[in-house]
Design a protein around this ligand. Structure first.
Ligand code: SR1
Ligand code: MG
Length: 428
């Protein structure tokens, strides 16, 4: 399936057609005359080219890494090797969480190109959330994905050797980690050329963030945890733009930021993006209360995602905690079993605190950093957008600096609910 030949070149439509036409499995899947295939570039992410190719019989999605950050241009080079790590992660995730990631049909290391099954009629979840759509299967699917991929790549499930081989396999993806280290954990808290926010309304808040030493300590602790806690194989960018959905199906895409890091970073990403969908919702309503049931659903999902994840992770640990951490031989007998169970709950409580902190970091970066999200960006009226963003930042600051005051996920949703109609002080 994986191929290594020739030299890297960017494949635009004609070159891509020729390339695919030379791959018998794919031409069979697409069907018809290659000259008649419909090829459209649909990439709206920050880094890559993405094509949808449709033939007489079927379709495929093609992703090619560019040697630079698409959002910024050639002035920001980025290694093509990210396509290799994405391929590796997709392959591992498919083994651990079958049916929850797109099937890889072909991969070419040199071209940094991966051909995947076409997810149709799935849409990017973030777009659905902006439209106010509810996804009944989402919490169950995403918690299966996270519990299984995170537990089975951790020291709780693996031998020390297997775990270290996993870390080594992804250690070269450090350029992508560096993006996260800069854009999430550093730049929003200092003057950085690429920062932006809803000016002038959030000018005061942006300045306050730069002077807030409690926040700087909290974000730096989280940054260290991100850099120095290889707990499990993370997706690494698990926002609602990396999830495709229908009413009944969920697929996790785009794991090019994959590496061994702290489990709470992935779980926090999902919660942060649901919380942003919640706060953005007020900016999308055309009449007061119009999206009340959607907003209630989103907060219910915030609770379910944490509670279901924790339950499933614990179940996997109880049933299969045969990794080299917590050796079974140290917890023999009824007393050992009871102490180990208490320790599992302590572990989950620590993981919850990490998750709350990382979720906060993910919110703040989308409001003051380089890469924003359409939840807020599609609120046309800048003042209304700033109000929604200001509420989200208020919650995020509390989650990051007063993390210990959030003991349960209901503490998070209660705080979010109380901020629904709070009026932030705006500049300008
Ligand atoms: C320069 S890349 C900006 C962001 O896009 C990706 O989706 C990641 O979230 C990254 O931080
Ligand atoms: Mg992406």
């Amino acid at each position: 399936m994986a191929q290594r030949q020739g030299e890297y070149r960017i494949l635009h439509e004609a070159a891509l057609r020729d390339y695919l036409a030379g791959l018998p499995d794919l031409t069979a899947r697409l069907g018809g005359n290659p000259a008649a295939w419909d090829i459209t570039e649909v990439g709206d992410g920050n880094l890559n080219l993405v094509f949808i190719v449709k033939g007489a019989r079927g379709g495929v999605a093609v992703k090619q890494a560019l040697p630079y950050v698409r959002l910024v241009g050639e002035s920001w080079p980025l290694p093509l090797s990210r396509a290799h790590y994405e391929y590796l992660a997709l392959t591992r995730q498919a083994e651990l969480a079958p049916g929850l990631v797109p099937a890889v049909l072909h991969h070419n290391e040199v071209l940094a190109l991966t051909v995947m099954e076409l997810l149709e009629p799935h849409i990017i979840m973030r777009k659905g959330l902006v439209a106010g759509t509810q996804y009944p299967g989402f919490a169950s699917d995403i918690t299966n994905f996270m519990a299984r991929t995170l537990f089975f790549t951790s020291d709780l499930a693996l031998s020390a050797a297997e775990k270290k081989e996993g870390i080594a396999a992804f250690a070269g993806n450090h350029a992508l980690c560096k993006i996260t280290e800069d854009l999430i954990f550093t730049d929003p808290y200092r003057i950085a050329e690429q920062n932006r926010w809803t000016a002038p309304y959030l000018d005061g808040l942006a300045a306050a963030l730069r002077d807030d030493m409690d926040l700087h300590i909290a974000i730096s602790r989280l940054k260290l945890k991100f850099m120095a806690s290889p707990e499990a194989l993370l997706h690494g960018d698990l926002h609602t733009g990396s999830i495709m959905v229908t009413a009944s199906q969920t697929r996790v895409i785009d794991p090019e930021f994959a590496f061994y890091g702290p489990i709470g970073f992935d779980v926090g990403a999902v919660l942060a993006n649901l919380l942003m969908a919640y706060f953005a919702s007020a900016g999308h309503e055309r009449a007061p209360g119009e999206r009340a049931s959607f907003e209630a659903w989103v907060l219910e999902k915030v609770e379910q995602v944490w509670n279901e994840f924790a339950r499933k992770f614990l179940e996997l640990w109880r049933a299969g905690g045969t990794g080299d951490a917590y050796p079974v031989s140290l917890f023999a007998g009824a007393q050992g079993a009871a102490r180990l169970e208490a320790e599992r709950l302590t572990y989950l409580q620590r993981l919850f605190a990490d998750t709350v902190g990382f979720a906060a970091a993910k919110i703040i970066r989308r409001i003051f950093g380089l890469a924003h999200n359409i939840d807020f960006e599609l609120i046309e009226d800048a003042k209304r957008r700033a109000v929604s963003e200001g509420r989200a930042v208020r919650l995020a600051r509390a989650m990051m600096v007063e993390t210990a005051s959030f003991r349960t996920i209901a503490d998070v949703t209660d705080a979010a609910r109380k901020l629904r109609d709070w009026q932030p002080e705006l500049s300008g």
